[in-house]
Design a protein around this ligand. Structure first.
Ligand code: OAD
Length: 272
């Protein structure tokens, strides 16, 4: 990262009154959570729609739960990395100075929350919440395995024809209904209130940080051109170019866990 680019960025950060941050899987990569599209990414190994879509659920809810149980198992031992912590510190410092800060994440792993993020919009839901298909109630559930039947089930194999789990082995609500992961699947709409909160955070922001996302999934990726149209400066932190790099005023190449602390913590206190 060149000193001038970093200094120009930090001077923009110092002047900003409203900041938005959009994060993707890359911010959690250094915590040990796999991304989707890069080397070792989930969608390199699995076809997304065979595990994360309403059709997949219709076909075999046990297979879908096996996939999410496996992701929960992997995420359970993961901790926020210095990138998550740097964003949480920026939020706290920025708020204290009277600024408006919105963190918009596509991640479902819960690591921003663990690091202390407060004003967080989880566009794609949470790995740690389940939703009842009968009564609609959303509950926290950190159980791994999700039910005893899933103990040691490992990673799913969508090619297997035989159903491995019965309806009785799926998680159930106290009302008796079957529970599904409270996440957004391919082909599903995002929650209106989340979209509105994200749009409000981006609207009129002085600076948008785009961290660790390939920016190919909409509507999340659309917040970058939206911020640009509204005159915000855009800074990208990523190990490689993304679909929105050409819109960015600052591009910092490297791991979020390494770049964010040095970029954000060195920024002088916000002007009064
Ligand atoms: P992707 O896997 O598409 O992109 C991850 C991005 O992180 C890439 O641009 C990598 O270059 C970058 N990256 C990898 N390691 C990094 C590091 N240490 N520091 C910074 N950047 C790093 O993941 P997303 O963009 O989050 O949606 O994917 C968006 C959505 O697609 C996900 O929320 C998920 C997926 O399908 C749903 O499941 C609905």
């Amino acid at each position: 990262m060149s000193a001038t680019s970093r200094e120009r960025f930090q001077s923009s950060l110092r002047r900003a009154r409203k900041i938005a941050v959009l994060t993707g899987a890359g911010v959690s990569a250094e915590s040990g959570i796999p991304t989707f599209r890069g080397a070792g990414g989930l969608w390199r190994r699995y076809q997304a729609t065979s595990l994360a879509s309403p059709e997949a659920w219709q076909r075999d809810p046990g297979l879908v739960w096996e996939f999410y149980n496996h992701r929960r198992e992997r995420a359970l031992g993961c901790r926020p990395n210095p990138g998550h912590h740097a964003l949480a510190r920026l939020e706290a410092r920025f708020r204290e100075a009277g600024g408006v800060f919105t963190l918009i994440t596509q991640n479902i792993d819960g690591l921003h929350e663990q690091a202390g993020a407060r004003d967080l919009v989880r566009l794609h839901g949470s790995l740690w919440q389940v939703r009842c298909l009968s009564c609609g109630s959303v509950t926290e559930n950190r159980g791994v395995p999700i039910t005893p039947a899933f103990a040691g089930s490992g990673s799913p194999d969508p090619e297997t024809r035989a159903r491995r789990f019965t309806a009785a082995e799926l998680p159930h609500c106290s009302c008796g209904g079957v529970q599904r992961p409270h996440v957004v699947w391919f082909g599903e709409a995002l929650k209106e209130s989340d979209l509105a909160a994200a749009a409000a955070g981006v609207d009129g922001c002085d600076l948008l940080l785009v961290v660790g996302t390939s920016a190919v999934v909409y509507p999340a990726a659309g917040f970058v051109p939206l911020a640009k149209r509204h005159g915000a400066l855009i800074a990208e932190i990523n190990v490689e170019p993304s679909a929105v790099t050409s819109l960015c005023d600052f591009v910092f190449t490297g791991g979020a866990g390494e770049i964010l602390p040095s970029l954000l913590d060195l920024a002088p206190a916000l002007a009064p």
